[in-house]
Ligand binder design. Sequence first.
Ligand code: HEC
Ligand code: HEC
Ligand code: HEC
Ligand code: HEC
Ligand code: HEC
Length: 490
Amino acid sequence: MSNPSTENTTVHRQTALGIVAMVGVLILGCASGTPDSTDGSSSPNGTDGTVQDDSTDPTFVADPTAKFDPLSRPESPTLSPENFNSAKDCAACHPTHAAEWATSMHAYATVDPVWRILVDLRKAEFDGAQDQMCVQCHTAIGTRGGEVVPGFSWDDLSDISLEGVTCEACHKVSGMRRIYNSGHELDETGPLRATIEDPVANAYHESEYSELFGEAKFCGGCHDIVDMARGLPLERPYEEFLTSPAAKAGRNCQTCHMPTYTGKAAIGDGVPERTLHRHRFIGAEVALDESFVPDPEVRAMLREEVDNMLRSAAEIKVEAESVRAGEQLDLFVTVRNLIDAHNLPTGSTFLRQCWVAITATDAEGNILYQTGHLDEDGDLRNYWSTADQFGDPDLIEFGSRFIDETGNPTVFPWLAVEHISSTIPPLYERTFTLFVPTEADTVGPITIEAAVRFRPIAPFVLRAVGGGALVENLVITNMDEIAMTVEVTD
Ligand code: HEC
Ligand code: HEC
Ligand code: HEC
Ligand code: HEC
Ligand code: HEC
């Protein structure tokens, strides 16, 4: 496994021009569109898409020495992992919920190899002072239960902790103290809660209605992340959601990520048909480690659901007028975030890649122009490319970047003092102008193929942290694509 400071040396060497290229993308990325909703102008992240820092919240002050947090990273255990039951126990009566959850990223949360690699690197960086930080949400049971203490090793995790965000990590939530950094209260011996108002009694557990389970803040408690050591917000879908059109319309995370269906919530006498909620938690990716979902049919089904989700999220339009041979063809490229609830992308935006790929070819198949094409290592030709670092000056990316204290980009959140975002707020669009050169002898028509593409993590990041073996499992999805022709006149 390579060490982050080794990676950093490379970064310094590449600096000056890389930053120019990146700033270029950010300037190009200025919002030019307006949202559909009348009040959408008050976008949570500002119209230029830059993440504003949350310094108004006093708890977001950087404190690299703060080892503990009484709620989510306690110094001594506040619960017993033995009081939590395995998802396997639920399967007897809730087979559908259990089977769906088992393929979800929630079940993957502590076995995820990329997560484990990053946790180990970060532990080394702070020399024990921050070891619980990255585990507090991925397994709240293990972190609050005394298994994840400064200096812990993976072997210390019990079976229930290895279930990650398991059934009872959610269904024993009894309240919220804050809507970020594992802000839930866990009632370890309490009833299992959700939104069934009149649950049929069963011999295994008590049930209780809780309106919290039908609210976005329930999800926000783990999905909004602040690195307290740096005082830096890392992920903020809930915060983005708060002022979104979806929130105003009374919808929430569950509406899209836990879609409803009709069925019986449990096997048991007298259990009626109800409106139920899918537990696959489809988002932007399928587990990279294929052994997590070994059945190829199930994997293909998940792939399709994730692809459908991604395709519902973005739209690309290109406008161009006919051009005289030898002149420059202007392309106006507009990308719109179709999600009315959070930015595109959201969550781990610093890992994700979302970009515009365009190829212009003349009638004889000669490539006149390309952007968003990959280099020989499968990386985008940007700052981080080893093979062709300056090969794509027009590259349009939506995501975020960390800047370290020397002013250089870094892939490691814990080296960051700044988090710069070019994500697109809900229902916003951005327009970019690109220039395609033609020659005097260019034969028309010119074909323009354009796509917004997504992949969950960049190959260079996987290689940089020692997870290069997973690169071959990466899938690129075209979120939207179009083709058009432009006439060439003499
Ligand atoms: C012996 C069968 C049985 C087992 C085992 C079981 N449940 Fe249930 N559970 C039920 C029944 C029956 C209901 C009520 C369904 C209804 O009324 O539609 C229920 C309801 C629930 C509810 C809804 C509560 C509400 O009011 O909204 C949750 C959440 C739940 N179970 C979670 C779990 C979890 C998590 C496990 C495993 C740790 C589990 N159950 C194990 C039978 C069982
Ligand atoms: C506040 C709760 C929380 C904390 C703290 C947290 N995570 Fe996560 N982590 C999440 C959530 C939620 C996601 C899913 C986000 C998404 O998919 O966009 C996630 C996703 C990830 C992923 C992506 C997994 C994949 O397969 O793509 C990695 C890697 C990761 N976290 C690493 C870390 C590291 C490293 C830290 C410590 C700096 C950390 N997490 C701290 C909640 C948390
Ligand atoms: C106890 C913490 C916790 C809670 C509560 C929680 N999540 Fe998550 N969620 C996570 C973590 C951690 C991951 C990422 C695991 C990984 O990839 O390693 C995740 C991943 C996801 C993903 C997959 C994202 C992707 O990249 O594909 C979706 C979708 C999701 N959560 C939706 C929800 C919704 C909706 C809710 C509320 C009903 C919710 N989560 C509540 C911790 C939580
Ligand atoms: C209108 C439907 C909709 C609602 C409501 C919604 N999402 Fe999403 N979400 C999507 C779509 C579509 C994607 C896939 C595109 C993307 O990654 O941005 C997605 C992706 C995600 C991801 C994965 C992002 C990544 O690239 O790693 C997370 C995490 C997530 N949503 C969390 C949430 C949370 C938390 C809420 C509530 C605060 C929420 N979503 C509300 C539609 C929705
Ligand atoms: C990330 C948190 C999370 C995890 C993990 C989770 N659930 Fe749920 N579950 C929910 C939420 C939220 C609802 C209610 C959704 C709503 O009403 O909008 C729910 C609803 C339910 C219900 C009520 C019926 C329904 O579909 O609405 C049952 C039963 C249930 N879950 C069982 C389970 C079991 C069994 C597991 C593990 C195999 C599990 N859940 C894992 C969040 C979770």
